[in-house]
Design a binder for this molecule. Structure first.
Ligand code: PMV
Length: 305
């Protein structure tokens, strides 16, 4: 057998209106629409090598936990079934950032795997079709197939044109520890929160307001909405039957410092958190000096990407 290898990369994305909760868990259809910004600097590269074996396997060096490895292999198997491919692969995956700690590595890794597998199958399906397949492995990964602002609603994911299409991104990595509760479990547990009954309604309303405030270039209003949105998601986590959380004292310290900056200057970055302890900051393209200033400030204590 000739050994052939394929390689593909995909960026991560950060949601400003979050996908949390599903109406259909088998196909990963979300309870509400989400809006993200693609993070070109944070990438995963996946390589697939065809092997003579009776099962797919991981290359020994990878940064995934056993559960994550399993989920990834399952997605590869799902893709092989879709394309009626009956060979086996060895998988290699590498990020240029720490994985599994709320930097949305599942988005970039599932998007990269789907892209790479489509290459290996010799398929030339459209980006939209690829995004739909990737969604079935990790919902948020469907937004990583498009640059800039991306809107995902039901089965449709598409890039949208909004002002501030050149946002600068930094993430304050207060902890690199792997999260104890995966996003898959989080999607399931949040349904037991009393806040969940009206979650989709709140998220949809907030999405409408955020799209309006971004269109109107009302940065402060956008900041307020994005701030409320990540707290809404984290409140779902903390109010489940079996509460859990990702926010650490250091996360709170960073949030407080950024909020103080806003209070003093009536300006600052958009702030959000994924399902993890790390704090994402998004700056307008005219805030390069501020982005550098805050990066240096937080870099005294934490890794800043
Ligand atoms: O794509 P999943 O199933 O790993 O879900 C993750 C969803 C969040 O990252 C927590 C929020 C989002 O919209 O990206």
């Amino acid at each position: 057998m000739t050994v052939t290898a394929w390689q593909a990369s995909a960026p991560s994305n950060i949601a400003l209106i979050k996908y949390m909760g599903k109406v259909d868990a088998t196909r990963n259809l979300p309870s509400n629409a989400s809006l993200s910004f693609t993070l070109d600097q944070l990438k995963t590269t996946v390589a697939l090598t065809n092997i003579t074996a009776t099962a797919d396997r991981w290359h020994e060096s990878n940064s995934f936990s056993a559960t994550e490895q399993q989920r990834f292999i399952q997605h590869l198997q799902f893709l092989k079934q879709e394309f009626q491919y009956d060979g086996y692969f060895e998988i290699t995956s590498a990020n240029n950032f720490p994985a599994g700690c709320g930097l949305a590595s599942s988005a970039s890794s599932f998007a990269a795997l789907t892209r790479c597998a489509c290459q290996a199958f010799g398929s030339n399906i459209s980006i939209e079709e690829m995004a739909a397949l990737s969604r079935q492995g990790s919902g948020s990964s469907c937004r990583s197939f498009f640059p800039g602002w991306v809107l995902w609603q039901d089965e449709t994911v598409k890039p949208i044109t909004l002002p501030y299409n050149q946002l600068l991104h930094h993430v304050i990595v207060v902890s690199r520890e792997k999260k104890a509760i995966s996003s898959g479990l989080a999607h399931r547990h949040v349904q037991s929160s009393a806040l969940y009954a009206t979650r989709a309604e709140r998220a949809e309303q907030r999405l409408t307001l955020l799209l309006e405030s971004l269109q109107a270039q009302d940065w402060k209003k956008s900041y307020t909405l994005v701030w409320q949105e990540f707290w809404d998601m984290h409140a779902l986590f903390e109010t489940c039957d079996m509460p859990f959380g990702y926010i650490l004292p250091d996360s709170l310290w960073v949030l407080q410092k950024v909020r103080e900056y806003w209070d003093i200057h009536q300006d600052g970055p958009l702030v959000t958190m994924d399902a993890g302890p790390n704090v994402h900051l998004l700056f307008r393209d005219d805030q390069v000096a501020l982005a550098n200033e805050l990066k240096q400030f937080f870099a005294e204590k934490y890794l800043v990407l």
